[in-house]
Ligand binder design. Sequence first.
Ligand SMILES: [Zn+2]
Length: 115
Amino acid sequence: MPRRHYDLDEVLALAEAGKTAAEIVEELGLPVGERAIQKAINKFVGPLPKRPAARSDKMRPRVVAWMVAHGLNEKVCCVCFKPSVFDMYLRELKRDDELGSLIFVCRHCKRVGDF
Ligand SMILES: [Zn+2]
């Protein structure tokens, strides 16, 4: 078996945190291609969009309620400031564990990593 040229645990930790394969390659300065990282992630973590969604489902209403209680409007996008009738996505402004680092974004402003 060929030796890996990167630290798998490090890669998987970033993948779990919501980074894409391309971002991981760039952040760690890896000598391997995006595809190799994507394959490793698929093998060990599973397809990325599913896990965060499944994991956040139960907590989501509580998180949203907390955000609303702290002054955010769940019907208004924090990026474009337009009201939306659709469910908002959540975005982490900082990679910490604080609920206060979350904002609402609409489906137009949603990007990779929002959930
Ligand atoms: Zn928006």
